[in-house]
Design a protein around this ligand. Structure first.
Ligand code: CO8
Length: 258
C-alpha cells in the first residue's frame, strides 16, 4: 500500500516506520504524503489509542528532508515546500487527537528532528544524534524547527543548535529537555510501548482535549486558559467522564476502551 513507510497495528498501538534505510529514511515528497495518509487513517481508527513513529534500520530515525529532491528549488518552491510540509505533516501531527510517540532510533537531523519535535513525546536510543544542520546548507529549518526547538529547550540552546548546525548526543538532548528518556537501543521500543501502555489506561477523549488545551498555549492570539475551560466543560458530556467517575465511586478501575 505504501512505498516508503510501514504501518502496522498491534493491540491499540499503530506503529508507523519510515522505511528508506538506504537514504537514512530521508523525507522525500512521497514519504511526507504517505506519512500524512497513514497518520490520518490511524487517527480516525477508534481501535488506535497511541501512534509510535520510528525509523527503519539501526542507524537513523530520519536524516532530514531529502536534500537531493529539493536542491534546485526556487524561492517560491522553497516557501511552498515548507508550507505544504508543515500543513500536511508537522502541524498535522501536533494537532492529531491521538498521541504520537517518536522512538528516535538514530540520526534525527533537520526535518527528522522536526518530525520528532512535532510528535507529542520523544524517547531516544543512546546512539541517537540530533541536530538542525540547515544553515550549513544555506537554508533554515522550515518544518517548524525554529519554533518547536525554542519551545522545548529555550531560546539560548535553540540559537546555539541552529547557528552551529551541530549535532548533539542523546544524553545532552535529555538534559536539554529535547527528549523525555534515553535508553539502550534494544530497549527503545519497549520504553515507547511502556509509555503507550500507561496512556492507553486513560480516557481517549480526555487526552484529545488535553492535546488541544496544551497546544493552545503556543498558538498566537489564542488564550490557552479559555481553551482549557472549553475543553474541560466538553469532557462532562462524554461517556468516558461517566465511566471514570462511576469507576472511582465503585472503587474499581475505569474501563474506557471496553
Ligand atoms: N537527503 C538525501 N539523502 C540522504 C540524506 C538526506 N537528508 N541523508 C543521508 N542521505 C543518503 C546519503 O546521500 C547516502 O546515500 P548514497 O549512499 O546514495 O550516497 C546514504 O543516505 C547514507 O548516508 P552517508 O553515506 O552520508 O552515511 P554516513 O554514516 O557517512 O553519514 C550522516 C550519516 C551524518 C547523517 C550524513 O548522511 C548526513 O550528513 N546527512 C545529511 C544530514 C542533513 O543535512 N540533514 C538535513 C537536511 S536539510 C532539512 O532537513 C531541511 C530541508 C532543507 C532543504 C534542502 C536544501 C538544499
Amino acid at each position: 500500500m505504501y512505498n516508503n513507510i510501514l504501518s502496522e497495528q498491534k493491540k491499540q498501538i499503530n506503529y508507523i516506520t519510515i522505511n528508506r534505510p538506504k537514504q537514512l529514511n530521508a523525507l522525500n515528497k512521497e514519504t511526507i504524503e504517505e506519512l500524512h495518509q497513514a497518520l490520518k487513517v490511524a487517527d480516525e481508527n477508534p481501535e488506535v489509542g497511541v501512534i509510535i513513529l520510528t525509523g527503519s534500520g539501526d542507524k537513523a530515525f530520519v536524516a532530514g528532508a531529502d536534500i537531493k529532491e529539493f536542491a534546485d528549488f526556487s524561492i517560491s518552491q522553497g516557501g511552498e515546500l515548507a508550507m505544504n510540509g508543515q500543513k500536511i505533516l508537522f502541524s498535522f501531527i501536533e494537532n492529531l487527537s491521538t498521541p504520537v510517540i517518536a522512538a528516535v532510533n538514530g540520526f534525527a537531523l533537520g526535518g527528522g528532528l522536526e518530525l520528532a519535535m512535532a510528535s507529542h513525546i520523544r524517547v531516544a536510543s543512546s546512539n541517537a544524534r540530533m541536530g538542525l544542520p540547515e544553515v550549513s546548507l544555506g537554508v533554515i529549518p522550515g518544518y517548524g524547527g525554529t519554533q518547536r526547538l525554542t519551545q522545548l529547550v529555550g531560546k539560548g540552546k535553540a540559537n546555539e543548535m541552529v547557528f552551529t548546525a551541530g549535532m548533539i548526543k542523546a544524553e545532552d538532548a535529555l538534559s536539554w529537555g529535547l527528549v523525555n528518556y534515553v535508553v539502550k537501543p534494544e530497549e527503545l521500543m519497549a520504553k515507547a510501548e511502556d509509555i503507550a501502555g500507561r496512556i492507553l489506561k486513560n480516557s481517549a477523549s480526555a487526552i484529545s482535549s488535553a492535546i488541544k488545551a496544551i497546544n493552545a498555549n503556543f498558538e498566537d492570539g489564542v488564550n490557552g486558559f479559555e481553551v482549557e475551560i472549553e475543553e474541560f466543560g466538553k469532557c462532562y458530556g462524554t461517556a468516558d467522564f461517566k465511566e471514570g467517575t462511576t469507576a472511582f465511586m465503585e472503587k474499581r478501575k475505569a474501563n474506557f476502551r471496553g
